[in-house]
Design a protein around this ligand. Structure first.
Ligand code: PXG
Ligand code: PLP
Length: 439
């Protein structure tokens, strides 16, 4: 194992990170196996967030590594523009087979951000092809995260990700988020309060006119902004309003697909089928970057009415359906199926719920929320300095041997679906000590 520490950390401009603070006190990992990472100085770190909500089957899976190697040797790259290779089709078939009925057409991308961009573009092109070109408005939600592209930050609802980037996309509006400490603090699973907030979409329809609205995009469970679990009945209500007004509903399942909520998708888990779905992360167990926009038959059919020989959608990426990513995806889906990992996550969820809610009463904790193998632990911000305390808990936990996430003042946990109860206990204990260690 190469454990050499680079002698210059300057050139790599790290994403979404305080670069100077990191480079002054770096945390570098050089090996991953199962639910653990190892640092350059040989310390073992329990991965409490599946990398970045993506290594669902755990690290270092030989079947995926072998599939990647074999594919790179057999066919390193093929375009998907007018020439293609079999594995992309095979993977698309497998993905569509595991998604709820009608979600049968898979447009491959290289990331979740591109999946979001693709889905948004497809909704606009759909309405145009369908004779409703006035439907150009895209509706996101406050506290939504849809990646870092211009489309994603425009419909996204995180001020820090938007405020420095000018006008963004025009023709955007937002629903209110569903988080409420007052009504829902310490909810286990779906909170009871908040379904009525979906009714805000009716207000936007009233304000703008349904004939101007193309699509609504939401994360069924908002991950990045602190694990916001949909209130009981909320997604059903959004679905109903969208259908009634001819608005397409996009579920951004970049985090929630592939077992995080104890099912293949949040759509399956909640019994609500969107018109489009964005996926990435777990698709390849994060071994090779890959995402996709999945499109319902009814939407896709309109494009296929184009004249014979026409290109139906002017959109795509050099690496759409990349052979190595496709091979990794097939191997990852094999593991999920063979090991029953989505069911495993569902079975482990009650234990995980008890463990995280066991942190109630620890210093600074003002809310704990959870669903499947995801949990958010909200801290009281320290006097006027948002996220400082959460950052210190994160650093403390890493020193004590666990990788967790924080966003604002919310700690997030999302262990690999292969975690054992003992690992859950360990991560909870480390978070507890870290909470006690910071002031
Ligand atoms: N949509 C959702 C719902 C996501 O969670 C993206 C899109 C973008 O995917 P890419 O592959 O372009 O990063 C994501 C990504 C965090 C965190 O802080 C979450 C993500 C990425 C990085 C950090 O929890 N999710
Ligand atoms: N920029 C230039 C100059 C290109 O030629 C291309 C692709 O051909 C792109 C950007 C887009 O790259 P990708 O297809 O990897 O998204």
């Amino acid at each position: 194992m190469d454990t050499a520490i680079p002698n210059d950390l300057e050139a790599f401009w790290m994403p979404f990170s305080p670069n100077r603070a990191f480079k002054a006190d770096p945390r570098l990992v050089v090996k991953g196996q199962g639910v653990h990472y190892w640092t350059t100085d040989g310390r073992r770190i329990l991965d409490g967030v599946s990398g970045l909500w993506c290594v669902n089957a755990g690290h270092g899976r030989p079947e995926i590594a072998e599939a990647i190697s074999a594919q790179a040797l057999a066919l390193d790259y093929a375009p998907s523009y007018q020439v293609a290779h079999p594995k992309a089709f095979e993977l698309a078939n497998r993905v569509s087979a595991m998604m709820p009925g009608g979600l049968d057409h898979v447009f491959f991308t290289n990331s979740g951000s591109e999946a979001v961009d693709s889905a948004l573009k497809i909704t606009l092109a759909y309405h145009k092809a369908n004779g409703q070109a006035s439907r150009t408005k895209l509706i996101g939600r406050s506290r939504g995260f849809h990646g870092a592209g211009f489309g994603g930050i425009s419909v996204g609802g995180m001020q820090a990700n938007r405020k420095d980037y000018g006008n963004l996309l025009s023709d955007i509006d937002h629903l209110p988020h569903t988080h409420s400490l007052e009504h829902n603090a310490f909810s286990k699973g779906q909170p009871e309060w908040g379904a009525h907030l979906a009714g805000a979409l009716e207000d936007l329809v009233y304000l703008h006119g349904a004939e101007t609205i193309a699509a609504v995009i939401v994360e069924p469970m908002a991950g990045s902004t602190g694990v916001l679990v949909p209130p009981v009945g909320y997604l059903e209500r959004l679905r109903e309003i969208c259908t009634r007004h001819g608005i397409l509903l996009i579920f951004d399942e970049v985090i929630t697909a592939f077992g995080r909520l104890g099912a293949g998708s949040a759509a399956e888990r909640f019994g609500v089928t969107p018109d489009l779905m964005c996926i990435a992360k777990g698709l390849t167990n994060a071994t090779v970057p890959m995402g996709a926009a999945i499109v319902h038959d009814d939407v896709h059919a309109v494009f296929m009415d184009a004249p014979d020989g026409a290109t139906e959608l002017y959109h795509g990426y050099t690496y759409s359906g990349h052979p190595v990513a496709s091979a990794a995806g097939l191997a990852a889906l094999d593991i999920y199926a063979r090991e029953g990992l989505f069911q495993r996550a569902a079975d482990l969820a009650p234990y995980f719920e008890d463990a995280v809610h066991g942190l109630r009463g620890c210093p600074h904790v003002i809310d704990i929320r959870n669903i499947g193998l995801a949990a958010g632990i909200e801290l009281e911000p320290r006097g006027g300095v948002p996220s400082k305390r959460a950052h210190e808990v994160f650093v403390e936990a890493f020193k004590s041997g666990a990788l967790i996430r924080y966003t604002g003042d919310v700690l997030a946990l999302s262990p690999p679906l292969i975690a054992e109860k003992d690992h859950i206990d360990q991560v909870a204990a480390i978070v507890k000590s870290a909470l006690e260690a910071v002031d």
